[in-house]
Design a protein around this ligand. Structure first.
Ligand code: AMP
Length: 248
């Protein structure tokens, strides 16, 4: 199944996606990560993207859709993608539906992590990432004392260039104006689930595991039913047309 994880910047989409990847063998597709990869190439294209990211605005839909199609078209990721940070506006949501249809797929579930704005600002300004193991810490809530990898003794902690108070205010405004309406799009499709993103990290993931497990079971049942139904249809109509053919 493919799913989308929503939430304003700092809601914990990346943290929870990483847990879902492990639990359900999914592939995490973060448009923010794909863009940062382009920025790290330090060419004209990457520099232009970096400017937009630093302004707190959105990169053009054309660039995003190209990056996304590259992944959706890969059979290795078929029906096991968790979209993190995408779609970010209504046009992207519609393009995503069309793209998935082209590759015979769909979105089965949209998860929305709800967090108050004051908490978001603290979460983002305190966010630091280990340049060795990529683990994310927070200087207020989860100071970087221990690390999973031995080599991280020499760890250099990095702060994302768009994780400063000025940009955050703009990113939150962009979220409210452009991304918030997308929630309604999935709500109308009947596949949206809201989750309290202010709980403890493990409590949130437990809740997500339960929701995804239930949707997975339901999809499995539906798929089995469809397969049995088409077999019965084949037996009835297939043998009927055969008897019609053989009686001539
Ligand atoms: P994120 O890592 O998801 O917080 O994204 C960081 C920045 O990358 C955003 O503030 C945007 O400037 C840009 N970005 C990420 N995803 C998208 C998207 N789907 N559409 C447009 N811009 C995006």
């Amino acid at each position: 199944m493919n799913l989308v994880i929503f939430g304003p910047p700092g809601a914990g989409k990346g943290t929870q996606s990483a847990k879902l990847v492990k639990e359900f063998n999914l592939f995490q597709l973060s448009t923010g990560d794909l863009l940062r990869e382009e920025v790290s190439k330090k060419n004209d294209f990457g520099n232009k993207i970096e400017e937009i990211m630093k302004s707190g605005g959105l990169v053009s839909d054309e660039i995003i859709n190209n990056l996304i199609e590259n992944k959706i078209s890969n059979p290795e990721y078929k029906n096991r993608i968790i979209f993190d940070g995408f779609p970010r506006n209504l046009d992207q949501a519609k393009s995503l539906d069309n793209l998935l249809k082209k590759y015979n797929q769909q979105i089965s579930l949209a998860l929305n992590l709800k967090v108050d704005n004051q908490i978001l600002v603290k979460r983002i300004t305190g966010r630091v990432t280990c340049s060795v193991c990529n683990k994310t810490f927070n200087i207020f809530f989860d100071p970087p004392k221990t690390c999973d990898l031995k080599d991280c003794g020499q760890r250099k902690l990095i702060t994302r260039s768009d994780d400063n108070e000025d940009t955050i205010v703009k990113r939150l405004k962009t979220y409210d104006e452009k991304t918030f309406p997308v929630l309604d799009y999935y709500l109308k499709k009947g596949i949206m689930k809201n989750i309290d993103g202010m709980q403890d990290i493990n409590a949130i993931s437990d809740q997500l595991f339960t929701i995804i497990g239930a949707v997975r079971s339901w999809l499995w049942l539906l798929d089995s039913y469809n397969r049995i139904f088409s077999k019965i249809k084949f037996l009835i109509y297939g043998s009927y047309s055969w008897s019609k053919y053989s009686s001539k």
